[in-house]
Design a protein around this ligand. Structure first.
Ligand code: 5GP
Length: 189
C-alpha cells in the first residue's frame, strides 16, 4: 500500500536487531486518516472472505482492528496480555516476544471467542509469527475458525509470514520489509 510505504520511509526508524519503530503514526502517536485508509485496504483484500468477528491482541492491534470492525459493522475482540482476575471462561496461550525477550500469557474469554465464530485477525506487525501462532491456538481452543490474518507491516526477513502461508493461512500485509540491514529500510515493491 503506497501511502503506508511512503510513511514508513519518511517516519520509520530502524533499531538494532531488526526492529522498526513507527511510533510517529502507529505505535505511540497514531494517524487516524492513514489508519482508516489501511482498514479500507484490508476490507478490499478480504472482500471474498466470510467472517463475523475481527480479532487482535492489545495494544497496538486495537486501532487498525477497530477501524476494520467499524467499516464492516462487526464486533472486535482483543486478546489480553494480562490475565484479569475477574475474567471467567478463559482461554489462554503463551507467546514469545522477541522484541521484549520474554514469554507472556495471552487470554480471551470464551464469551467473546465462541465455537463457530469466523475470525479475521488484524495486527500491527508480523515478524517471527509467534503472536499469530498464539492467536491460531486460541481460535482452535475456542472451536472457532480463522479466516485470515492482516498485518500493517510484515518483516519478511523474519519469516513468520512464510510459515503461516505454508500452513494455508490467508495472510495479507500492507507493507513488506525485505531487510533492515545496516539500518536501511528496504521495502518490497
Ligand atoms: P512476532 O510475534 O510475529 O514475532 O512479532 C509480532 C509482534 O511483535 C507485534 O504484535 C509487535 O507488537 C511486535 N513487533 C515485532 N517486530 C516489531 C518491530 O519491528 N517494531 C515494532 N514496533 N513492533 C514489533
Amino acid at each position: 500500500m503506497k501511502a503506508l510505504k511512503e510513511r514508513i520511509l519518511r517516519d520509520g526508524k530502524c533499531f538494532e536487531g531488526g526492529i522498526l519503530k513507527v511510533d510517529n503514526f502507529i505505535n505511540h502517536q497514531m494517524d487516524p486518516i492513514l489508519m482508516k485508509s489501511m482498514a479500507v485496504e484490508f476490507v478490499r483484500r478480504f472482500a471474498g472472505a466470510d467472517f463475523n468477528k475481527v480479532m487482535t491482541i492489545e495494544a497496538s492491534g486495537i486501532a487498525p482492528a477497530i477501524m476494520v470492525g467499524y467499516l464492516l459493522e462487526l464486533p472486535v475482540v482483543f486478546a489480553k496480555k494480562k490475565k484479569p482476575s475477574t475474567m471467567e471462561n478463559m482461554l489462554t496461550t503463551s507467546v514469545y516476544s522477541f522484541t521484549k525477550g520474554t514469554t507472556y500469557t495471552v487470554c480471551v474469554s470464551k464469551d467473546y471467542l465462541c465455537p463457530g465464530d469466523k475470525v479475521l485477525f488484524i495486527d500491527d506487525f508480523l515478524a517471527n509469527g509467534n503472536a499469530a501462532k498464539g492467536v491460531i491456538d486460541l481460535v482452535r481452543q475456542a472451536g472457532a475458525e480463522l479466516v485470515g490474518m492482516g498485518f500493517l507491516i510484515e518483516k519478511a526477513f523474519q519469516h513468520g509470514g512464510d510459515s503461516l502461508r505454508e500452513q494455508g493461512v490467508h495472510v495479507e500485509s500492507l507493507a513488506v520489509i525485505e531487510s533492515l540491514d545496516n539500518c536501511q529500510i528496504s521495502l518490497r515493491d
